[in-house]
Ligand binder design. Structure first.
Ligand SMILES: Nc1nc2c(c(=O)[nH]1)N[C@H]1C(S)=C(S)[C@@H](COP(=O)(O)OP(=O)(O)OC[C@H]3O[C@@H](n4cnc5c(=O)[nH]c(N)nc54)[C@H](O)[C@@H]3O)O[C@H]1N2
Ligand SMILES: Nc1nc2c(c(=O)[nH]1)N[C@H]1C(S)=C(S)[C@@H](COP(=O)(O)OP(=O)(O)OC[C@H]3O[C@@H](n4cnc5c(=O)[nH]c(N)nc54)[C@H](O)[C@@H]3O)O[C@H]1N2
Ligand code: SF4
Ligand SMILES: [Mo]
Length: 741
């Protein structure tokens, strides 16, 4: 008899960065209802339309529940033993012949929303010993890591706007009303911004498009795509020129104040006005308002990062926070203290420890730009990528010049994917290993508690057991790691897991000088008896972390058991100032004028004189999408067609486009045909197309998405254009031509 008791459980939504608490009612293995958890310590009942669709994903008949093997164009279900045996038959041979670099790894975005990915991909990458590592970070936030690495000494020291206490928020290239926020974790951004206005505060949005966020802002400033670094340099310029520079409490810990002033001296508002399409008077006023505000923060996201001056923009955002005295201060731009935070190395941070074979792109944080993946597969010679493992990634839709990458993946000798679906990318795999449905795994947000506007900790156990006795995703990753390390397909997962955990715990114990109730890994193992997999890591990290019980030295401190007993989460309080202690630069100071960044300023200056491009393409996010992979959920895609090109009425007139007409959009990389929406929501000279669509490729098993495929915006993004300091792709500000079809 199946168990039909009705249960109410609570868990954190893993779909986006907002980390909302969900209340789930279930009967047996059936979800009855999902709604916001009103008692969640952080989200207080807020939920977006995607949160309740965890039910639909779990029940989606297209979601893979057994391994699949492809022979030619024919797919068949396989047992786990068959699937791993095939991997063991193919991968080690390629490594033996051509070395570890011949096998590449691509890690997609959902890994950061998943304990398995965050804890065990490391083991897989280590076992592969490959330098051919690519992730979604280089189509996303890599510029932030680079600027933080240079300025604060660690790429993960990323400040977030203290939205609940700020008086004046300057937000560039972010649309949290649609995205629910990014690199600034807060459930209910719309509510928080409304409260900011209600307490008399202001928020200014800089965006080439009147986004939903821009509509709600106290001021919206339109900017020509790709030019935020120029605007930010000019804002800085005004602060220096008007003698408004004042780092406040951090003044004694800032280096490079004069050098920064010199670097922005050539970017007076009048000089950048034409390029940015913002008049000098507005820029001066923006700078003065920023300086005048009691508590202010500057925050930039996708629109400032996925552009050709992404790292410069990211740096100048935080430079403005420093010179206005708002960094690391209540109501300013602050640093979270995650409950699982570990020690961070102090010292000079750098990139380029190695370079990509074909394009010579510098390594950044141990990875190479995903824009270079196709050329590394296509270009013959020593070190060519012959095989690929993808985990939770869909680069065929998500990365630049996807037509080229699509063809390159088809040419691989061997490919393995760990994924929920057979989609545009995984259809190239020889073996797809089904990942765990989000409701069937434990969850804790390692990544986003470090980027949060409030310190919280919240653990959710798996709601349902795995289907078909499937291994959990972390076990899949460990088995792949064992094969990559030459241990074959049959090494017991527990053995691997213990090895990986012991290695981690040993390093962690030896790098801490804190008083703990355990002094050896054996004692740790004993204290954590009964736990394994991600939960053992989590318990350990919590207990030795900043709020932990220290294995007994800090009674009442955090443990996994305590989180298990508090299903609505534990509130650890508002953010607190952390500098200078948390600074990790060699000199122990905030580096306002890092050499590598100053050296890129000449390239920025050259952009001032660039000839006017007629039309620039930008993207946009939509509340009911999540990058490329939630278009198979009927309730999210039904209704009006959303994959449309926004065109300003002036441009529509010139081109001869009517609302609803079809247009051909072409760039240096490719072309698409798409329906047009004529609207003055975009500025003249700018067109906008959302990404993540284009589900009409052969071999894709997404029946709902196939009915509304949309077009792939990344057929237009150009893999040769990137921010040279971070390797980040240019996804906004792409020159295009548009014509009526
Ligand atoms: N033009 C343009 N392109 C963009 C962007 C843009 O703004 N404009 N944004 C970029 C950004 S910010 C990002 S982060 C990238 C995302 O790029 P990717 O991470 O490559 O793509 P996603 O669409 O997130 O695809 C996620 C994949 O993971 C699978 N998946 C979902 N959950 C799980 C899980 O729990 N386990 C496993 N194993 N698989 C899972 C899905 O089925 C899907 O195949 O796209 C980038 N691409
Ligand atoms: N609903 C939904 N939520 C998501 C996602 C999703 O796909 N759908 N993806 C998740 C992921 S992986 C991420 S990284 C985050 C991203 O979260 P956000 O950074 O908030 O992303 P967007 O909503 O794309 O907002 C980017 C804004 O930049 C503007 N823009 C484009 N070019 C420029 C420019 O040159 N300068 C300026 N100033 N603005 C520009 C665009 O018009 C857009 O309004 O969202 C996450 N949340
Ligand atoms: S905002 Fe993000 S975390 Fe919250 S319910 Fe929606 S998808 Fe889930
Ligand atoms: Mo992202």
């Amino acid at each position: 008899m199946p168990d039909e008791t009705t249960l109410t459980t609570y868990r954190t939504c893993p779909l986006c960065e907002a980390t909302c608490g969900l209340e789930i009612t279930s009967r047996g293995e059936q979800v009855v209802r999902i709604r916001g958890d009103r008692e969640d310590v952080f989200s207080r009942g807020f939920i977006c339309p995607k949160g309740s669709t965890l039910k639909h994903i779990d029940e989606d008949p297209d979601r893979l529940r057994r391994p699949r093997i492809r022979r030619g164009d024919t797919w068949s279900d396989a047992s786990w033993d068959e699937a791993f045996a095939l991997v063991a038959e193919r991968l080690p041979g390629i490594i033996a012949e051509d070395g570890p670099g011949a096998v590449a790894l691509y890690l997609g975005n959902p890994n950061v929303h998943n304990m398995a990915g965050l804890l065990y991909n490391r083991a897989l990458a280590k076992a592969l010993r490959t330098r051919s590592v690519f992730t979604a970070a280089t189509v996303d936030q890599m510029p932030k890591h680079v600027s933080s690495g240079h300025m604060f000494g660690h790429p993960d020291l990323i400040p977030v706007p203290d939205v609940d206490r700020v008086d004046h928020l300057l937000m560039l290239g972010a649309d949290p009303y649609e995205s629910n926020g990014s690199l600034a974790t807060a459930p209910d951004w719309p509510g928080r911004l409304a409260r900011l206005k209600a307490r008399g505060g202001t928020f200014v949005v800089v965006d080439p498009r009147r986004s939903r966020t821009a509509r709600e802002a106290t001021e919206h400033v339109m900017i020509r795509p790709g030019t935020d670094a120029l605007l930010l340099a000019a804002l800085c310029n005004v602060l220096y020129a008007d003698d408004l520079v004042d780092p406040g409490g951090l003044a004694g810990h800032v280096a490079g104040l004069a050098e920064l002033g010199e670097a922005v001296a050539r970017f007076a508002p009048e000089r950048v006005a034409l390029a940015t399409a913002i008049d000098a008077g507005t820029i001066r006023r923006m700078a003065r308002e920023l300086a005048a505000a009691d508590r202010a923060a500057v925050y930039g996201r996708i629109g400032t990062h996925t552009v050709e001056f992404g790292t410069l923009a990211s740096w100048l955002v935080d430079a403005l926070n420093v010179v206005t005295g708002n960094l690391d201060r209540e109501g300013g731009a602050m640093f979270a203290t995650a409950a699982t935070e570990g020690p961070r190395r102090r010292g000079a941070w750098s990139t380029g420890r190695w370079r990509s074979r074909v394009g010579g792109h510098p390594e950044v944080r141990g990875e190479l730009p995903v824009s270079a993946l196709a050329e590394e597969i296509e270009t013959p010679g020593d070190g060519r990528i012959r095989a690929l493992i993808t985990v939770a990634g869909n680069p065929v839709l998500s990365t630049p010049n996807s037509a080229r990458l699509d063809a390159a993946l088809a040419s691989l000798e061997f490919m393995v994917s760990v994924d929920l679906y057979q989609n545009e990318t995984t259809r190239h795999a020889d073996v797809i290993l089904p990942a765990t449905s989000p409701l069937r795994r434990g969850h804790y947000d390692f990544a986003f508690t470090a980027l949060s506007v409030r310190n919280v900790a919240n653990y959710s156990p798996a709601l349902f057991a795995a289907e078909n006795g499937n291994p959990a995703e972390w076990e899949i990753l460990l088995r792949l790691a064992a094969i990559a390390a030459g241990q074959g397909p049959d090494l017991p997962v527990e053995v691997m897991d213990e090895f990986v955990f012991r290695t981690y715990a040993e390093a962690r114990l030896s790098s801490t000088d804190e008083e703990l109730g355990v002094s050896s890994v054996d004692e740790v193992m004993k204290a954590l008896e009964g736990r394994g997999g991600p939960e053992r890591f989590l318990d350990f990290m919590l207990r030795v972390g900043p709020y932990g019980d220290g294995f007994g030295t800090a009674p009442g401190g955090l443990t996994l058991a305590r989180l298990e007993a508090e299903p609505h989460g534990v509130d650890l309080g508002p953010l607190e100032p952390r500098f200078p202690e948390a600074l990790r630069t060699a000199g122990g100071t905030i580096e306002l004028a890092p050499e590598a960044l100053l050296a890129d300023m000449a390239r920025l200056e050259a952009a001032l004189d660039r000839g006017d491009v007629e039309l620039l393409l930008i993207g946009r996010r939509q509340l009911r999408s999540n990058n490329s992979w939630m278009h198979n959920v009927e309730v999210l895609v039904k209704g009006k067609e959303r994959c449309t090109l926004l065109v300003h009425p002036r441009d529509a007139r010139v081109i001869g486009l009517a609302d609803g007409a079809s247009a051909r959009v072409a760039s240096a990389a490719g072309e698409v045909e798409v329906a047009v929406e004529v609207t003055d929501d975009v500025m003249p000279g700018v067109v906008s197309l959302p990404h993540g669509w284009g589900h009409d490729l052969d071999g894709v098993s997404l029946s709902v998405a196939a009915a509304r495929p949309g077009v792939n915006a990344n057929r237009l993004s150009d893999e040769t254009r990137m921010d040279p300091l971070s390797g980040n792709a240019v996804l906004n500000g792409i020159p295009v031509t548009v014509e009526a079809v």
